[in-house]
Design a protein around this ligand. Structure first.
Ligand SMILES: Cc1cc2nc3c(=O)[nH]c(=O)nc-3n(C[C@H](O)[C@H](O)[C@H](O)COP(=O)(O)OP(=O)(O)OC[C@H]3O[C@@H](n4cnc5c(N)ncnc54)[C@H](O)[C@@H]3O)c2cc1C
Length: 381
């Protein structure tokens, strides 16, 4: 095993580091989960895109650099190290795009990916419903065939409600699962649709989180027409296509090791500034080691992907690991800050958000079920 980077990879790192040092805003942008902050983050996304840093591992024709996954990992490390803004395009570029590369038609790839890379289209995820969270196959929103359409050809009529749609109030498009065949078995009869949120019949209602940011939306569909080209991966194949998206969400693309390596380094800095007792020293070292363990695990996982082996259910291991590390790391920071933790600041905001990590992207209880049954092969009961 050779864990050293090649000279070309080191020079890629140096180029990324230099660009970030010159471009990362000196003052933090307002939260990307507010309307004003979202707009400021889109400007940042466009600056990234202008110099081809927004999607480094994508083909150059779509705005990328044709870089390998290794270089993407290096870019992520540098990105978080530089304290660059959160990626408000993440649900598009990290979740939907890998699914479009795997399941999209050439026409869908050519049309959708360049606009996504340039932050012209921004995507939110429409899976959860008031009666379906962990039990995603229990969704009720439906798609009914419309052979006549609007005159430009046949398509589908979408109805129902989605909820917990992250940044849904600000995004231009939604990818979501709808039940297209009510007679079929639960995991069949689902279809994955790509929907512009300005389509007639769509109502988006943003609502506040506890911290006051309007981070979520409910999205209502009232007989919304979408053409056949809005189907991703085939009618009735929605479950398979959605599982590809969840693999990206739980696995390396949403939460790469760079995020946790940088946070663990910052935690060590905080501990040096504040001084620590024995318990906190051990906790800081523990967080730092776990971030590095996640990096090593990811290097092995990328080796698998590069050699054509899919992580499959093992992406649930990533999800449990990074979400629990994030909570522990931030709890340590809160203890180190003492009474200052009550003040609004990046650590406190990070702590509040870390608490949602074991819930979003599929709860950790569900991930442990998946690991038990599909990674370890244990019986269901
Ligand atoms: C910050 C954040 C962002 C989100 N963004 C989005 C988004 O953009 N789009 C979207 O569609 N959704 C989003 N969600 C919703 C998220 O996917 C759901 O909250 C999650 O899937 C859990 O569903 P639920 O809230 O309905 O809880 P439930 O499914 O009702 O679960 C409640 C509790 O029961 C446990 N439980 C349920 N079933 C089992 C089981 N079989 N075995 C063991 N335990 C079980 C769960 O682990 C949980 O602890 C977001 C959530 C959060 C917190």
């Amino acid at each position: 095993m050779d864990l050293t980077w090649s000279p070309a990879q080191e020079s890629f790192r140096a180029e990324a580091r230099d660009w970030l040092a010159r471009h990362v805003p000196r003052e933090p942008l307002p939260s990307g989960d507010t309307r004003e902050g979202f707009a400021a983050h889109l400007e940042w996304e466009r600056a990234l895109h202008a110099d081809r840093w927004s999607v480094v591992s994508w083909p150059a024709a779509y705005g990328g650099r044709d870089s390998s996954l290794w270089e993407w990992l290096i870019f992520e490390e540098e990105y978080y190290r530089a304290g660059a803004p959160q990626r408000v395009t993440q649900n598009g570029i990290f979740l939907l795009a890998p699914t479009i590369f795997a399941f999209g038609s050439r026409a869908q790839q050519d049309t959708l990916l360049p606009r996504m890379a340039a932050a012209q289209d921004t995507w939110c995820q429409g899976w959860s419903e008031p009666g379906a969270g962990s039990d995603l196959a229990g969704i009720r929103s439906r798609a009914v065939r419309d052979e006549h359409g609007t005159g430009d050809g046949p398509g589908w009529r979408l109805s129902g409600q989605k909820t917990w749609t992250t940044r849904g109030a600000f995004c231009s498009h939604l990818f979501g699962l709808f039940r297209s065949d009510p007679q079929a078995a639960r995991h069949e009869g689902l279809t994955y649709f790509l929907v512009p949120l300005d389509a007639e019949g769509v109502t988006v209602r943003g609502f506040e989180r506890l911290d006051g940011d309007e981070g979520f939306a409910e999205v209502f569909f009232d007989d919304v027409f979408v053409p056949d080209s809005a189907v991703l991966g085939g009618v009735g194949r929605g479950w398979t296509v959605a599982m590809s998206t969840t693999g990206s969400e739980r696995g390396l693309s949403l939460r790469s090791p760079g995020r946790f390596l940088a946070a663990a380094d910052r935690l060590a800095g905080l501990a040096r500034d504040r001084g620590t007792g024995e318990r906190d020293r051990l906790a800081v070292a523990d967080a730092w080691i776990r971030a590095r363990a996640y990096q090593d695990f990811t290097l092995a996982q990328v080796t698998d992907i590069v050699e054509g082996r899919s992580p499959g259910a093992r992406s649930s291991l990533n999800k449990v690991w990074w979400s629990e590390l994030d909570v522990d790391l931030h709890e340590t920071a809160m203890r180190l800050l003492g009474p200052d933790a009550a003040l609004d600041g990046p650590w406190t905001r990070g702590f509040q958000f870390s608490l949602s990590g074991p819930i979003y992207a599929g709860t950790n209880e569900i991930q442990r079920n998946i690991i038990a049954e599909r990674v370890l092969g244990l019986p269901r009961k």
